[in-house]
Design a protein around this ligand. Structure first.
Ligand SMILES: [Cu+2]
Length: 118
């Protein structure tokens, strides 16, 4: 009987450590979600990279034109539309609804990409 009590007491630090570990993982996950609230697409060499970007609801996506040629970012469904972006200019849009958002460059319609909001 006395031995059983001692086992419980000696196990307590392990339980506390496990709880602390659980808490710190929760914090790490929260930090990850915070980081996921923005994402980047680079426009270079007549293409969007990544071509398909998957983000969480509420994410702000920023496109940056790294090409030496002007491009635009225009949603197929007219959900968003940038002005003509010169070299190093940016365009941002915040995705607040689930869905798949195909887009293209209106100057070069063969340039296409897609944002998937999960
Ligand atoms: Cu273009």
């Amino acid at each position: 009987m006395r031995r059983r009590v001692w086992n419980l007491v000696s196990a307590a630090p392990l339980v506390i450590a496990a709880l602390l570990a659980g808490n710190s993982r929760t914090l790490a996950e929260r930090a990850e979600q915070t980081q996921a609230s923005s994402a980047e697409v680079k426009i270079d060499n007549f293409s969007f990279g990544p071509t398909t970007l998957t983000v969480a609801v509420g994410t702000t996506v920023t496109w940056t034109n790294r090409d030496d040629i002007p491009h635009t970012v225009v949603s197929d469904d007219k959900v968003f539309k940038s002005k003509v972006l010169d070299t190093d200019e940016k365009f941002s849009f915040t995705f607040t609804k689930l869905g798949t958002y195909p887009y293209f460059c209106s100057v070069h319609p063969k340039m296409t990409g897609k944002v998937v909001v999960q």
